[in-house]
Design a protein around this ligand. Structure first.
Ligand code: ADP
Ligand code: ADP
Ligand code: SF4
Length: 585
């Protein structure tokens, strides 16, 4: 079985001389395997195509994908028209459970939700006529989806939705947080949600003036406040610290006691504590997606990290993601790059004190701590954007900084923007170490202000790494990146630090990412919004113990070596706490 997908936005037949048609061997021998449709875009006949891939290579805009599908995939659940994205399978919302979908962006998660909520009738890949519900039932006969689809056929199911990207909220709604939340308060649960998500102090703030972290918590509260048949939350963690992530996860579990909840989440430690089952989604983003049957959350995440699904006998990644069981220490002796002194910074209502320490050449240093504790202030002190109390730092290093919130205000293309920053754009180093692992190739010609949140994040990381500097400070790079992209990020930043003998500071709240990326960590503690203290850099073991003891959370290791959050007050939790081993137990 083979599918041909034409990305219509990238197909510009007037500009390319229709080389796909000219060079297709089937067309040359007289078949109409590729032709132009009424909209002047390529249409490829999947029956006639022999899969040689010549058109894929000839198209200058990367508009064509030809993919041989695994044999067991027969009929799609839904296809967006001839040569459109094809979805196979569906996740199954279950009463009393949190069902996770684990997979990359663009793999069909939102499409699935539109089907499950009755907003879109699946077409089974048939375009000539409207597919009847009976045909749809037949395809799912004998599966758990059969009952669910019977239930929704013909009627609208009320879904409460937390969208992936929250920045559109201030554009669609004007008023205060209180105005917005009172409109959604259908379960009389608002007071509880406001308490648990610590929204009390911002209730009278205008939605327009909220930070990303505040907006994310408001969006979660607004979704959970609704009285719906099922709840769908597409990423809850961007811009939240680990305390807020856990608070949101606990609230979602409460709602799941009486209604099905489906979530998409790329912070795997949080997904692991939140979901009961997961459906792995694999395939090729924007081309085809396969949603597997439900798997227990431990097994599902481990299979995903392994890159191999034993039940389906599918390998979808050629390497496994592994966690080091011991706290890693780098054997290499690193030279000192920069020493930051003991210092403080006092604002009207907040004071940061820094104990002082050193950053080494070639190392990636993790910065952890709650929001509002002074991490960005610390970064600004190092960058010289802010002066410490008592005068500027004596020692200067050049810094390149990626802020936590990235905005797009330019209509220049991605390539144009990057070329303005670096003269090395065409070098093979830049292509291999930046463009390819951050998967920027397909969006190089896109205007920056049309990018999605995840695309913009990758461009902002690339822009930061393109500048010459001694020290790179990267604030929350994981926001809106899927698991694959996070793994690539680890590689990119480690290579960058070692290759350039510079320092890389990463502020992030995804514990797995911090574990994999950092050689040492700086821990911030104190009272958010009032005082903060930067301690360290510590070794991974000491730093994780200090950080997690403040949080009161312990991690155990499962058989594969993956860290998993212990249930509070479980035997292991108490045991590890008494030994002071919070992470590398
Ligand atoms: P996810 O939620 O996993 O990011 P989506 O379900 O939103 O993925 O989309 C999967 C793919 O389906 C997209 O990459 C896009 O190529 C295609 N797609 C989504 N919506 C439409 C549409 N309305 N028409 C045509 N193609 C679409
Ligand atoms: P984090 O990066 O850990 O989330 P920040 O360093 O951004 O924390 O902020 C720490 C505290 O300092 C916050 O309470 C914030 O309101 C305050 N703060 C940050 N910048 C300023 C400033 N320029 N003037 C006054 N207060 C500030
Ligand atoms: Fe023609 Fe198919 Fe080869 Fe493309 S892959 S050139 S459509 S035969």
């Amino acid at each position: 079985m083979r599918i041909a997908v034409v990305h219509k936005d990238n197909c510009h037949s007037k500009k390319c001389g229709t080389e796909c048609i000219l060079y297709c061997p089937r067309v040359r021998s007289g078949d109409e395997t590729i032709a132009l449709g009424e909209d002047e875009k390529a249409v490829i006949s999947e029956e006639l195509c022999v899969g040689c891939g010549i058109c894929v290579k000839k198209c200058p805009f990367g508009a064509i994908d030809i993919v041989n599908l695994p044999e067991e995939l027969e009929q799609p659940t839904h296809r967006y028209g001839v040569n459109g994205f094809a979805l196979y399978g569906l996740p199954i919302p279950v009463e009393g459970k949190v069902t996770g979908i684990l997979g990359p962006n663009g793999i069909g998660k939102s499409t699935s939700i539109q089907i499950l909520s009755g907003q879109m009738r699946p077409n089974l890949g048939i375009f000539e006529s409207t597919v009847s519900w009976d045909e749809i039932f037949k395809q799912f006969a004998g599966t758990e989806l059969f009952d669910y689809l019977k239930h929704i056929s013909g009627k609208e199911i009320k879904v409460a939705l937390k969208p992936q990207y929250i920045t559109y909220i201030p554009k669609a709604f004007s008023g205060t947080v209180r105005d917005l939340l009172s409109k959604t308060d259908e379960r009389w649960a608002l007071d509880h949600l406001v308490d648990e998500l610590a929204l009390g102090s911002i209730l009278d703030r205008d939605i327009k003036n909220l930070s990303g972290g505040e907006l994310q918590r408001v969006a979660v509260a607004a979704c959970l406040a609704r009285d719906a048949d099922f709840y769908f939350l597409d990423e809850i963690t961007p811009y939240l610290d680990i305390y807020q992530r856990m608070a949101a996860a606990n609230l979602i579990r409460e709602v799941a006691e009486h209604r099905p909840v489906v979530i998409v989440e790329h912070d795997l430690a949080i997904l692991d504590m939140l979901a009961d089952t997961v459906h792995v989604a694999y395939g090729r983003p924007a081309v085809f997606g396969v949603i597997t049957g439900p798997k227990g959350v431990r097994v599902g995440i481990n299979d995903y990290l392994e890159g191999y699904l034993p039940e389906e006998n599918v390998r979808f990644r050629d390497y496994a993601v592994v966690f080091e069981k011991r706290a890693h220490t780098k054997e290499a002796v690193r030279e000192e790059l920069f020493t930051f002194p003991q210092m403080s910074k006092t604002y009207d209502r907040f004071r940061l004190s820094v104990r002082g320490g050193e950053i080494k050449k070639g190392e990636v240093l993790g910065l952890v701590g709650p929001n509002g504790i002074g991490k960005s202030t610390f970064a600004k002190l190092l960058a010289g954007v802010e002066e410490p109390d008592g005068g500027p730092l004596a020692e200067k290093v050049t810094i390149s900084y990626k802020p936590q919130y990235v905005s797009a205000d330019s209509s220049d293309t991605v390539e144009f923007m990057l070329r303005r920053i670096t003269r090395r754009f065409d070098s093979s180093y830049y292509q291999h170490e930046v463009i390819e692992p951050l998967a920027l190739g397909p969006i190089l010609q896109s205007p920056v202000d049309t990018l999605s949140g995840g695309e913009l994040q990758r461009v902002a990381i690339a822009a930061c790494l393109s500048r010459d500097a001694d020290l790179y400070i990267i604030d929350e790079p994981s926001a809106h990146l899927d698991v694959e992209q996070r793994m690539n990020l680890v590689r990119v930043l480690k290579h960058h630090a070692e290759g350039k003998e510079c320092g890389v500071l990463v502020i992030d709240h995804d514990i797995y990412l911090i574990d994999m990326i950092s050689e040492r960590i700086v821990v911030f503690d104190g009272e958010p919004g009032v005082t903060g203290e930067a301690k360290g850099p510590f070794s991974m073991r000491d730093g994780m113990n200090l950080f997690l003891s403040g949080l009161g959370v312990t991690f155990r290791r499962d058989k594969s070596g993956r860290p998993r959050i212990n249930k509070p007050e479980s035997f292991l939790d108490r045991d590890q706490r008494s030994k002071g081993e919070y992470y590398y137990a």
